[in-house]
Design a protein around this ligand. Sequence first.
Ligand SMILES: [Mg+2]
Length: 382
Amino acid sequence: MNITRVEFTSIHVHGTHQWVFVEVTDDDGNTGLAELAGPEAATGIAQLTAGYAERLRLSPPDGEADVTAVLGLSAADLEADRPRATAVSALRTAIADAQARRAGISLTEFLGGRATGSVQLYGNMNRSMLPDDGGPRDRSPEAFAAAAREAIRRGYEVVKCAPFDEAQSPFEEPGLPEAARGGIDRIAAVREAIGPDVPLFVDCHSRFDLDSGIALEISLRESNVAWYEEAVDGLKDPETMKKIREHATMDVAGAESGYGVALFHRLIEDGVMDVVMPDIKFCGGAGEAVAIGRALEPIAAGSVSMHSPSGPASQLASAHATAAFQGARPLEHAWGEVDWRPSVLEPAERIESGRIYIPEGPGLGANLDGSTVEARGRRWTL
Ligand SMILES: [Mg+2]
């Protein structure tokens, strides 16, 4: 893979949120696309990515899987350094896309899978309820119920929410903290809105601790919650998460910012969680996500569900990866951010009836849409 050009693009979404893309072009003119994440995506991380790309230009890797070796980065280095893991993940995904285009095959096939038409999604309503350019949105139980009904109307068969705005450990009282009551009421309203049978996932954004996390799990059983995500940060505190899981009757999920197959393998082998959530933007990229799925799904079916509150390029690459490792769980989709989102890609992103459709054609099957970038974005090189 001889890199001849690296280009960055940012598109303002709303508030302070933007999608940042990197494109890597090879000496045959094949361009691969990936996303950079985090508040420093357009500044420090883009700089780091450009620096790594320059080193890869001088010492070309055979392919995306050799990127870390050429850069002299170990899995331990990258587990401990999220900015570096983010830059490496983006480059590996972009190079995999360019390699697939060069080979004339879809990214799913390049990653070792069979080309597929669509992948099932679960509908995360969180992004539809964050403050937008118009200011904060209503986060009452009624507003959560309305968003949940909208998720069902859009065709999602699995729904996720993140309702614990008011809670943050440490808490003064033992057991279930008073600050969790608002979130429990929102969950009850969502359950009422979606009916008894739709699987409901709850993300707690690491707001709890051992005692409150165990007490909360017991109260979530009343709303028949199927997935208990990040009561605590399972990467920083795997022992506490493991203890919560030992008390839990529902699946415990987490590790959305983790890097590398070794880490995710350890989390499942050690019984820290039931479901790990590698994110293509941090975990090492599309190739590493597939390696994680391939390593873990045979040990524990349904133990890998990719984290993807992402822009449309990462969403599509994550769909290819999920198809390649034949994920037994649906892929995340944070719907409802901005209505012009599909126009970021050409062909336009197609998400219907709770599925993402993978366009035909080599690589991702889609590119950044030039007119949308011109109207809403900024392009630069470093
Ligand atoms: Mg989460």
